[in-house]
Structure formats: C-alpha cells, structure tokens
Design a protein around this ligand. Structure first.
Ligand code: ADP
Length: 300
C-alpha cells in the first residue's frame, strides 16, 4: 500500500515589511526568507513523517529542484514529479507586517501545468488499495480522480482552497473528505456554521459513501462514516503558528488508519501531531515525526 500525494509544490518568498506595499510605492523589506511550500508539499511531508510509504506527484521548474531535495530528506519518493525545464515553479510572494497580518500573491506556475499524459504515466504505477491524496492547488483534478478511481485507489480530498468549481468535481468518488468549517459551508452552500454536528450530518447526507473529517481548530475535530462517529478534542498548547495544522492532521489521521489504528486511535494521534505543529513556527518544518508524537506527553 502506497500513498500518492498529487499536489502543489511551491516556493514561498516571505518578506517582513513595515506595512503592505501600496499602489505606486516602493518600500524596503526588513527581512526575506525562502521556504518550501504548497499544500501538496506539506501533506506529503506529513504522511511520510507519520510513517506512510509516500510518493509525491506534480511538477516543478528548474528553480524548484530544491523542493525535491527537501521532500527526499523527509522520506518522500519524488520520482513522479515532472521537471518542466522552461517553466517557473509555483510560488507565493508573502508580505508579513509588524502586526502579524499577511498578504499573499500566488502564482500557479508548474502547479497549473499538469497534463492528462502526466497523470496517466504517474497513475499506471498505482492500483487497488493505494491511496491518492488531493488538495485544490493543481489543475486536472477531476481527471486524476476519475483515473485513480478506475484503478481502485482510495481517494482523500482536502477541498482547499475551496472554490465553486470543486462542486463539479466527481465528488461521489471521494472516500475521505478532510475539511474545516469554512470549507464545509462552501461545499454545502450553506452559510450556517453554528453547529458542527449538523454540518457533519449534512456532509454525510450529501456524500454517503465517504468518511468525513471536520476539523474545528482549537476546538478539535469530528469524524463520521457509515458505521461510526467520533469526536476528538484538541490538545491544549500555546499556539505560535497554526500554518500546516490541517495538513499535519490529515497526514497523521490517514497514516494512523493505514497502519491499522482504529478511528479513535488515529484521531488522537493526529490531534497530538497537529498540537505539536502549532507550537512551532513555519509550515513543513513544524510537522513532527511519528516517534516524537508517540513520545509526547503534552506541553509543560
Ligand atoms: P485548517 O488549518 O485546515 O483550518 P484546523 O485549524 O481545523 O485546520 O486544525 C486542524 C487540527 O489541528 C485541529 O482539529 C486540532 O486538532 C489541531 N489544532 C489547530 N489549532 C490548534 C490549537 N490552537 N491548539 C491545539 N491544536 C490545534
């Protein structure tokens, strides 16, 4: 059983600025750092750190080869990532101001250059029982879902960033949805998010063949499938940076289930892993290893 994370690979250029740059203005940034990013990248790292045999598929330009080195260092197989010599890797230009707010400009680049031929040549290496993990930062997702489904793969979808077009994806093929309340509202086209239990029920009604995992930030998470329901509180920690909390949760919950844990066991593992992740700055560097999660006794 292998996990195929078919998703975005981004270069995040992060600038600390006194204020967001205005129309016609030029300002000096006070600091600049380059990070590996993209939801595909983060989730692949989370699955690998959770102990799953993980492959990444997607595309980068020559400028993004360092992303592959980072994935390999995290234990992810990168042989299914295409290198498109004449194109630019997807990237984000992020301004962080002194009050902790940010504004982001995203360029899809190679994440939006996925072809059906690429998808076919990746998917032919996967089959019955393998797991396809998707987010919504690459093109050709409906095609990838259909072909993976035909091959008997299980499909995990994190509909993020949420957009109208997702409702037209072949969602009946999804085996596991991972979403937060905002994404659930948009997917259901129902603004009411007072009651997460009701949202969970509505999602179950809409997608009866799928297991639903609804994450509620520091309030924890809910799980429901055709046979069981489970509520998992979040672990109490001092949050420093919640980036990648959801990605960590997805990797460890699925990683837990794939290694034979029960739903309550896997939910607890995922809640611990994501609690550790929020106590540290950054995205993928904040994702813990399985060993660390198993040894974690909570924050002092
Ligand atoms: P997303 O980042 O996708 O919106 P959430 O914010 O719902 O995802 O977080 C996913 C999971 O991470 C939660 O269910 C919870 O277990 C954990 N988590 C998130 N924020 C915190 C926090 N402040 N303290 C402890 N755990 C948290």
């Amino acid at each position: 059983m292998k996990v195929l994370c078919f998703g975005s690979l981004n270069i995040d250029y992060t600038y600390r600025v006194p204020h967001f740059v205005q129309k016609g203005e030029t300002i000096a940034a006070e600091d600049m750092k380059v990070f590996c990013g993209g939801k595909g990248f983060n989730q692949a790292v989370a699955f690998a750190r959770a102990g799953a045999e993980t492959c990444q598929a997607g595309a980068v330009g020559k400028d993004g080869l360092f992303l592959l080195d980072s994935l390999k260092a995290a234990g992810v197989n990168t042989e299914f990532v295409s290198v498109l010599e004449d194109q630019k890797t997807g990237c984000a230009i992020i301004q962080n101001d002194h009050s902790g707010d940010n504004c982001i400009m995203l360029y899809g680049g190679t994440n939006r250059a996925i072809t059906r031929e690429m998808a076919d040549s990746v998917l032919e290496h996967f089959g019955q029982g393998d797991v396809l993990v998707l987010q919504n930062e690459i093109n050709e997702i409906p095609y990838i879902m259909e072909k993976a489904h035909e091959r008997g793969m299980k499909i995990v979808l994190n509909p993020s960033p949420m957009e109208e077009a997702i409702r037209n994806f072949p969602l009946e093929m999804v085996d596991y949805f991972f979403l937060n309340q905002v994404e659930a509202c948009q997917l259901l086209d129902d603004e009411n998010r007072e009651n997460p239990e009701k949202q969970l029920e509505a999602l179950r009604e809409r997608f009866p063949a799928a297991a639903i995992v609804l994450t509620l930030g520091e309030k924890g998470s809910l799980y429901a499938d055709g046979t069981q329901k489970h509520a998992q509180p979040a672990f109490r920690v001092k949050a420093v940076d919640t980036t990648a909390a959801g990605d960590t949760f997805t990797g460890f919950l699925m990683g837990g289930l794939l290694s034979g844990r029960t739903v309550p066991e896997a939910m607890e593992l995922a809640a611990k892993a994501s609690a550790i992740a929020v106590t540290r700055p950054g995205a993928s560097p904040s994702i813990p290893t399985l060993e660390e999660v198993l040894g974690w006794q909570g924050q002092d």
